[in-house]
Write a protein that binds this ligand. Structure first.
Ligand code: SF4
Length: 236
């Protein structure tokens, strides 16, 4: 398959995504990313929360120098920013940091402090969803680290699918992986991980909305704990 041309229509891209989702279901994560690199070239990026650098590492093997997009919400743990800096320093990737239109102080002035406690959906929309929408504009396809075993809401994640909201191909190369698979890859390749994963956190998001998980809880139970919210809107 040759690199997708600029003039490809949305319908072409949707059909391409749906076909690839079927054809690549049994492919390895690296093969899926090699397909993405060959098909989209520089118009493909990886998004990373800097929980670990597994997908960024895989993507850099498929496309050295690949763009790795990180959303700096202004609410991250220092360990997450440190992981971002380490990834930028040691891996063959191009880290792009996206920031919201307003700083936390500006948002507090307009909406009042601790919007994340009062209206987390609005806070996520302002600090995650909108900046990502802007940041992805130049790309035809983006890759995520979503896994089917993380939660019920992610159980049907296709390895390649169509992101209707953004009109882009969405690739989840490790959708079929377990936490053990991730750990094995990290160990075998010496991949950078967020130090908080060694400190009781199973999923790392913004500091005000993330807590350690308890024995027997699923990986995302520590995100927006005590609320019905389970996703930030990036994958809805
Ligand atoms: S995770 Fe929490 S702090 Fe981060 S953008 Fe969403 S509501 Fe705001």
């Amino acid at each position: 398959m040759t690199a997708v041309q600029e003039e490809r229509t949305t319908d072409d891209l949707r059909a391409l995504a749906e076909r690839a989702g079927r054809e690549l279901e049994d492919a390895t994560a690296l093969e899926i990313l090699q397909w993405a690199a060959k098909t989209f070239g520089s118009r493909f990026c990886v998004t990373s929360s800097m929980e670990d650098a597994v997908v960024a590492h895989l993507a850099s093997r498929a496309l050295p120098g690949v763009d790795v997009v990180f959303l700096d919400t202004g609410y991250h743990f220092p360990e997450t920013i440190g992981t971002r800096d380490a990834v930028e320093a040691v891996m063959d990737v191009n880290v792009i940091t996206l920031t919201p239109r307003q700083s936390v102080a500006e948002q507090d002035a307009e909406y009042g402090p601790r919007l994340h406690d009062r209206d987390p959906d609005l806070c996520c929309a302002l600090r995650k969803v909108k900046p990502l929408e802007e940041g992805l504009k130049g790309y035809l396809a983006w890759a995520t680290g979503l896994r089917r075993d993380e939660s019920e809401t992610r159980a049907n994640t296709p390895v390649v699918g169509w992101d209707e909201k953004r009109g882009k191909v969405k690739i989840s190369p490790i959708a079929k992986w377990s936490q053990e698979d991730v750990q094995t890859y990290v160990t075998e390749h010496g991949v950078l991980t967020n130090p908080l994963l060694m400190d009781g956190y199973a999923s790392v998001g913004c500091a005000p909305c993330t807590r350690r998980v308890l024995e027997g809880e699923d990986a995302r139970a520590g995100r927006w704990a005590g609320r019905s919210k389970t996703e930030c809107g990036l994958h809805g």
